[in-house]
Structure formats: C-alpha cells, structure tokens
Write a new protein. Structure first.
Length: 130
C-alpha cells in the first residue's frame, strides 16, 4: 500500500495535478483530520506538483541541450543568423567580403556567354559549307 501511495505522488509530480485529485490525495493522507487541514494539504500538494514538474522540465531541457551540443546540432540563434544571411544574399545585399568576389564572378559569366556565342556560330558556318 505504501508503494502505491508513492507512485501516486510521483505521478502527481510529473502530471498536472488537478484540484480534485489533490483533494483526494490529501484526504487519503490526512484521514481523520479536519476539512481545513485537508484543503491546506491539497493546496500544498498542488504547489509541490507544479514545482516538481517545473524542475523536471528544466532538467530535461538542460539534458537535451547538452546532447544536441555534443552532436554538433545548430542552435536556434545559429539557424536564424543563417536565414538572415540567405535573405541578404537573395536580395543582393551581400556583405563587403562577398561583394569583392562579384566582379570575378561577372567576368566568368561574360566568358561563358562569349563561349556560347562561338559555339552557336559554328553550326551555322557548317550549314553554309554543306
């Protein structure tokens, strides 16, 4: 019977304890006590349950954060910074370091188009011969 009581308290710590369930638990513990004492015990159980749930949640968050860091997963801030960078690049508002690379990219793009023009001219020259 003691084990089942402990289990109920542990469940109360992990789940949100309703006022009705807190009253029921307080009555089972405070048998023969006055109504005011049972209500106070129920109120205390609800506070304890809330604090325990908060502590358990904080513990889980810390552990998950530590495991993600160990795995090398990006944080929300890092992902947000990358999203911002992508938006800047899509708008053409690249930072100075990327802007220095642009003239080289334009010249290579020009070379590609001129190379395409030559290849386009060759088939027509072949047709004239044939």
């Amino acid at each position: 019977m003691v084990v089942s009581e402990v289990r109920r308290y542990m469940d109360a710590a992990m789940d949100k304890l309703s006022p009705a369930k807190a009253q029921q638990m307080a009555r089972s513990v405070m048998k023969g006590q006055g109504r005011e004492q049972v209500q106070k015990a129920a109120k205390d159980l609800m506070k304890w349950s809330g604090k325990s749930r908060d502590r358990l949640g904080a513990l889980v968050r810390r552990e998950v954060k530590a495991q993600l860091k160990t795995m090398g997963a990006a944080t929300r801030d890092e992902v947000d910074a990358l999203k911002k960078r992508i938006r800047e690049l899509e708008r053409g508002g690249a930072p100075k370091r990327a802007a220095a690379k642009r003239p080289a990219e334009k010249s290579s793009a020009t070379k590609k188009t001129s190379a395409k023009k030559r290849t386009a001219a060759r088939p027509s020259a072949r047709k004239a011969r044939g």
